[in-house]
Design a protein around this ligand. Structure first.
Ligand SMILES: Cc1ncc(COP(=O)(O)O)c(C=O)c1O
Length: 481
C-alpha cells in the first residue's frame, strides 16, 4: 500500500477551497476528484487527520468531517491501526468495476499507416547502427535533428540541426526545460485551462504557477488569450518561464494571432522570461493552413505523438545552440538519451509527414463535425466551441457539473476527463474536454451515453462540488494526454 504523506499530497490539494462552501466539503470533493482522475491511486493511504490538518492549516474537525464524507461515498476505507485508504466505489447493481466500453480520456489519433513501413526500414538499419556505437546519445541522431530542423525551415523558421535536441516525447522536453530553466519557488506563467501534465511537470520542480485565461473560440466570440491579463501577469509576477500552446491550444483549440505572438515575445523580453511554446498540436489544422511556428525568440517544443503516433515517444526542443548544449548537459540523472530505434523510425517517416497530415486533416474534420453535430442534437443546452484544428472540443455545460457528469458517465463505461483536471485550483467545473480523434463510430456510441449521464446529473441536481458521491470507475494514473 502506498502512503501519501502530507507533503506529497499538498501540491495535489493546491487551491482546494471553494469560496462559499464549507471547508470539509471542498476538501472531500478535491480528494474524490483526485481518486477518480487516478492522481491518487486506489489503495493510497492518506495522512492521519491531525497531520493533514496541520499541513493545510485547518482544524482537525474539518479533516475528520471530510474523511467521514469520503467514507460515506465509498471513496475512503478506514481501519483502526492502518489508517485511511483511498478506494473507488463499485458500480451500482454489481460488484467490481464497470466494464470499460469507451475511453475518451486520451486525446489521440490512431497510428499513421506510414509508421509500419518506416519501422521495417529502421529495423533493417539497426545492426549497422548497433555495431557503430553504444546507443547512448544526449542530443539525438544527426539525421533526425537535420530533418526536424529542415521542417522548421520549410515552415518559415530557419533552423540548424545543432538547434534541435531530440527527447523521448514532448512531455520529457517540458520536464527537462522545467528542471533546467527554473528554480524552486520561481513564478511560471501557464494558461488556464492548460495541458495538465505540463502543469504537473512545473509543479514537480517547485515552480509556482500564475494563470492567464484562454477561452475557446465560440459562435460570437473569437476567444483566445486576454491581452490585458497577459500583460498584467508578466508585469506583476515577472515569471522565469512561460508555457504557452499558441497553435490549437489544448484543450480550447484557440490559436494566437501573429500580432499577439509579437506582443508576448516583447513582454517576455521586457520581464526576463523564457518563453516555452509547446507546438505538439500545431500542425493539426482542419479548416485552413496550419499556423506558422512561433517566432524564433522562444524555445519550441514539438512531438510526433499527434501526427505519427504517441507510441513512438519522440519529441524535441528547438532552441539556440547554446541552450541546446546546456539542456544536453543537464539531462542526466533523469534520462540518458532517446531510444535509437524510435529515432530511426521517425527519421524514416518524417519525409512523408505532409501525406500523414493530409489524412489527419480528413480524420479530424470527420471527427469534429460528427462530435459537434451529435452534441448539438443530444445536448442542445451545451455551449459548443468553433474548432479549426487540434483534437478536442472544450464544451461549456452551463452549470458546475463536470466532475459529477464524468462520474455518471464512468458508471456507464464511458471515460472522460473532468474540466477541473485542466485548471489550477479546481476551476472549470462548467467545462468538459471531448476528444474527437477516435472516429465517428466511437463518437456515435459515446454521445448518447454522455446525454444519458447528463440527464442523471440534472435529475439529481448534482452541482459538481458534491457531485462525485456515488460510484466512479477506475482512473489510471496519468490518464490524460
Ligand atoms: C500540448 C501537449 N504537450 C505535450 C504533450 C505530450 O506529448 P508526448 O506524447 O510527445 O510526450 C501532449 C500530449 O497530449 C500535448 O497535448
Amino acid at each position: 500500500m502506498v502512503g501519501t504523506g502530507p507533503r506529497s499530497l499538498a501540491p495535489l490539494l493546491d487551491g482546494w477551497r471553494t469560496a462559499g462552501e464549507p471547508a470539509f466539503r471542498s476538501l472531500a470533493a478535491r480528494v474524490r476528484l483526485l481518486a477518480v482522475d487516478g492522481r491518487l491511486a486506489s489503495g493510497s493511504r492518506l495522512p492521519a487527520e491531525r497531520e493533514l490538518a496541520a499541513a493545510l492549516g485547518v482544524s482537525r474537525t474539518t479533516v475528520s468531517a471530510a474523511y467521514a464524507q469520503l467514507r460515506v461515498s465509498g471513496h475512503l476505507e478506514s481501519t483502526r491501526g492502518s489508517g485511511s485508504v483511498v478506494r473507488l466505489p463499485p458500480a451500482p447493481g454489481g460488484r467490481g468495476r464497470a466494464p470499460v466500453v469507451l475511453d475518451l480520456t486520451r486525446a489521440v489519433l490512431p497510428c499513421a499507416p506510414q509508421v509500419h513501413a518506416a519501422a521495417v526500414r529502421a529495423a533493417a538499419e539497426l545492426p549497422a547502427r548497433a555495431a557503430a556505437g553504444s546507443g547512448y546519445d544526449l542530443v539525438g541522431l544527426p539525421e533526425l535533428r537535420e530533418l526536424v530542423a529542415a521542417r522548421y525551415t520549410a515552415r518559415g523558421l530557419p533552423t540548424r540541426a545543432d538547434e534541435v535536441l531530440v527527447t523521448p516525447g514532448a512531455q520529457a522536453a517540458i520536464g527537462l526545460l522545467a528542471r533546467t530553466l527554473t528554480s524552486p519557488g520561481d513564478r511560471v506563467l501557464v494558461e488556464s485551462p492548460t495541458y495538465p501534465h505540463a502543469l504537473d511537470a512545473l509543479r514537480a520542480v517547485g515552480a509556482r504557477p500564475v494563470a492567464v485565461p484562454v477561452r475557446a473560440p465560440g459562435a460570437r466570440d473569437a476567444g483566445g488569450w486576454d491581452e490585458e491579463a497577459l500583460e498584467g501577469a508578466f508585469a506583476r509576477t515577472r515569471p522565469s518561464l512561460a508555457h504557452l500552446m499558441p497553435s490549437f491550444h489544448n484543450p480550447t483549440g484557440a490559436v494566437m494571432p501573429p500580432g499577439q505572438r509579437r506582443a508576448v515575445v516583447e513582454l517576455a523580453r521586457r520581464y526576463g522570461t523564457r518563453l516555452v511554446v509547446d507546438e505538439t498540436t500545431a500542425e493539426l489544422a482542419i479548416d485552413g493552413p496550419a499556423p506558422g511556428p512561433f517566432p524564433a525568440d522562444a524555445v519550441h517544443v514539438g512531438s510526433v505523438a499527434k501526427t505519427l503516433w504517441g507510441g513512438l515517444r519522440i519529441g524535441w526542443v528547438r532552441a539556440d545552440a547554446r541552450t541546446v548544449r546546456h539542456l544536453a548537459q543537464h539531462r542526466s540523472p533523469w534520462e540518458l538519451g532517446t531510444a535509437v530505434l524510435d529515432q530511426l523510425v521517425v527519421a524514416h517517416a518524417l519525409p512523408e509527414l505532409d501525406d500523414v497530415l493530409a489524412t489527419r486533416r480528413e480524420q479530424l474534420r470527420a471527427g469534429r463535425d460528427a462530435l459537434l453535430g451529435l452534441l448539438a442534437a443530444h445536448l442542445p443546452g451545451w455551449g459548443l466551441p468553433r474548432v479549426a484544428g487540434g483534437f478536442c472540443a472544450w464544451v461549456e455545460l452551463g452549470s458546475e457539473s463536470s466532475s459529477a457528469l464524468v462520474t455518471a458517465a464512468r458508471r456507464r463505461g464511458l471515460h472522460l476527463t473532468a474540466g477541473p483536471r485542466f485548471g489550477l485550483d479546481g476551476a472549470f467545473e462548467r467545462f468538459l474536454r471531448v476528444p474527437y480523434g477516435y472516429g465517428t463510430g466511437v463518437l456515435e456510441r459515446a454521445v448518447p451515453v454522455l446525454a444519458e449521464a447528463w440527464a442523471e446529473v440534472r435529475t439529481d441536481g448534482a452541482d459538481g462540488a458534491g457531485g462525485l458521491d456515488g460510484a466512479g470507475g477506475p482512473g489510471q494514473p496519468g490518464d490524460v494526454v
